[in-house]
Design a protein around this ligand. Structure first.
Ligand code: AMP
Length: 283
């Protein structure tokens, strides 16, 4: 073959190869952009916008306001610790958290921002049973600060798919589970009533929950007082045992043994403030 023709054929092959390579690269880029877009619009919600896999089980985290409110130092309209005689006297909701069996959890799974209008019909029930117990504004998933409900929805609620696919269904589902598993009633009926003098055996509290719901709860204490009680559920909301020894989203170790053998369940004390410590702000 003449030399010139040979060179021409080699250049032609290289040109074809380059064109094929360029279109393959373009195809890969286009496919990636589609995937990112799908995740951002919620189509890829099962794995989460940050590639988080679907959760394994739910943790219904409840708070004992009598303990939480002991640490109140500021009052404002959003702080239920400051409602005086109308302050909560039942376990209230901290959140419904999708968790993994390895003790970790997904967080901030979609780009969706909290919109209080979407849950306006649930507002009264949420104020009563899922109140903010602080004047602080927890962080939102998209920078900045927001309401307690907004924090719980954006951080945990957006990871609850496919069980609770939107904000309204997340809050409604949580309220329904909370009403079905009435921890306050079970403990009261077992004799574990709020008191500022009594201490109760931790094992007795755990047994009362086990007998009522056939599940082992997880307890968290602060200075010997019961602060949180967690109930765990399969994705169909059948009760299951909580993991013992895993960490909470704020990094603290949770297990029955994180409480002393005898715990208090403090009765509500007006704002939990000692004399001279009262500080009321309109924030
Ligand atoms: P989480 O990430 O769900 O564990 O929520 C932790 C954040 O919510 C922290 O900023 C807490 O101080 C705040 N927090 C926890 N419980 C309450 C509550 N009942 N009211 C207001 N903020 C709370």
């Amino acid at each position: 073959m003449p030399l010139k023709l040979n060179k021409f054929l080699i250049s032609l092959k290289m040109a074809i190869f380059s064109a094929q390579f360029a279109s393959a690269v373009a195809l890969i880029i286009a496919a990636s952009l589609c995937l990112i877009e799908a995740n951002q619009t919620g189509i890829g919600i099962e794995i989460g916008s940050r590639g988080q896999r679907e959760f394994d089980y739910f943790n219904l985290a409840l708070q004992w306001p009598g303990t939480f409110c002991q640490h109140t130092r500021h009052c404002c309209s959003s702080n239920a610790c400051c409602r005086g005689a109308n302050s909560p006297t039942v376990f209230t909701i901290h959140g419904l958290w999708p968790d993994y069996n390895d003790g970790t959890w997904p967080a901030c799974c979609t780009q969706k921002s909290f919109d209080e209008k979407e849950i306006s019909t649930l507002h009264d029930a949420l104020e009563k049973y899922w109140p903010s117990l602080s004047c602080g504004r927890p962080s939102s998933c998209h920078g900045g600060k927001g309401s307690f409900w907004g924090h719980e929805w954006e951080k945990h609620g957006t990871c609850s798919s496919p069980v609770a696919r939107d904000e309204y269904s997340y809050f409604l589902t949580t309220l329904n589970v909370y009403f079905k598993y009435n921890v306050t009633k079970v403990l009261n009926e077992a004799g574990y009533v709020p008191s500022n003098t009594e201490k109760y055996p931790l094992g007795g509290i755990v047994s009362a929950i086990q007998n009522a719901f056939r599940t082992t709860p997880k307890l968290l204490c602060k200075k010997g007082a019961l602060e949180e009680l967690h109930l765990c559920f399969y994705k169909d909301f059948k009760p299951r045992d909580c993991l013992i020894g895993s960490t909470s989203p704020n990094g603290r170790l949770y297990s029955s043994s994180s409480c002393p053998d005898y715990v208090s369940i403090p009765a509500y004390a007006s704002m939990g403030l000692g004399s001279g410590e009262t500080e009321i702000s309109s924030a």
